[in-house]
Design a protein around this ligand. Structure first.
Ligand code: NAI
Length: 267
């Protein structure tokens, strides 16, 4: 049951592909808390995924947009405000994709054209979304923009490959753009560093299931689920976190502060 934390707020949710997607859970929780939302995803994902099912369930519209295309993003930002009847209060960026990971290229043998695409889709798209919203003055004062990231931005996780650098870039954009958006309109920009989560993108990483259980044991509270991540996103979109900005916020059951877990040694 919701608590009306997002009553009257309007937002765009990127990245709901199927029911496992983190963005799927966030969309459900936002609506439960009283928000009006527009869903968006890349045109190809609309054909492969289940987003129509979610839109029907939540009674909201879908506007396709490739997050690397400024033209698509402008259309999305303008049309969303028309549909929702006013400026936005929040945006979730829940997008990640690496062709080198998908094609199982070794980190020491990466294809640089693919790497550019990875950075564009997974990180530069965050700047593009922010810049488009900024130029169109599309977000209300005290609005909130959140991107999803992973601790491989700070520490080495060999199989995460070039996605590590994507996440480092994404987090840096949140800090830098957070400054400019705070000065312009008191808009907050943060990233949430989420535990490993069983989703299409997550499971694409080599050795994911072993790593998932390793992280679960390493984290004193266990891995944070996508439902818990959705709760955290709601809190960041709400008025209860108005002075939190330019942060990378770990939502990982304590994983990031651990040095050694006796439970793993026992195994
Ligand atoms: P997912 O596969 O459900 O979501 C990824 C989304 O990115 C998909 O909906 C896909 O269609 C979308 N996308 C890809 N290219 C796009 C483009 N050009 N334009 C617009 N959208 C595009 O997987 P998940 O796990 O829900 O991923 C969401 C975010 O969470 C990603 O940023 C991911 O890196 C991050 N994350 C995931 C973790 C995990 O273990 N699953 C852990 C930490 C962070």
């Amino acid at each position: 049951m919701g608590h009306g934390l997002l009553q009257g707020k309007k937002g765009i949710i990127f990245g709901a592909l199927d029911h496992k997607s983190i963005a799927w859970k966030v969309a459900e929780r936002c609506v439960e808390e009283g928000a009006q939302i527009v869903l968006t995803n890349a045109p190809v994902a609309m054909r492969l995924g289940e987003i129509n099912e979610l839109a029907t369930k939540l009674n909201c519209e879908i506007i396709p947009a490739d997050a690397t295309s400024i033209e698509d993003l402008e259309n999305l930002i303008i049309k969303s405000q028309e549909i929702l009847g006013g400026k936005l209060d929040f945006i979730l960026h829940s997008i990640g994709m690496s062709i080198n990971v998908r094609k199982k290229k070794d980190y020491t043998d990466l294809n640089y054209e693919w790497m550019k695409t990875t950075f564009d889709v997974s990180a530069i798209s965050f700047h593009k979304v922010l810049q488009t919203a900024f130029k169109h003055d599309a977000i209300n004062p005290w609005g909130s923009v959140v991107g999803l990231t992973y601790i491989a931005a700070q520490r080495t996780f060999p199989d995460y490959s070039e996605m590590a650098e994507s996440k480092a870039l994404l987090e840096s954009f949140a800090r830098s753009f957070g400054y400019h958006y705070a000065k312009k309109a008191n808009v907050r920009v943060n990233t949430i560093s989420q535990s490993p989560t069983v989703t299409t993108a997550g499971s694409g990483i080599k050795g994911f299931s072993d790593f998932f259980s390793y992280a679960d044991k390493m984290s004193p509270l266990g891995n944070a689920s996508s439902d818990a991540c959705a709760d955290y996103c709601v809190s960041l979109f709400s008025d209860l976190t108005r002075y939190v900005t330019m942060q990378n916020l770990f939502h990982d059951g304590g994983f990031s502060s651990m040095g050694m877990a006796p439970e793993i040694l026992e195994d």
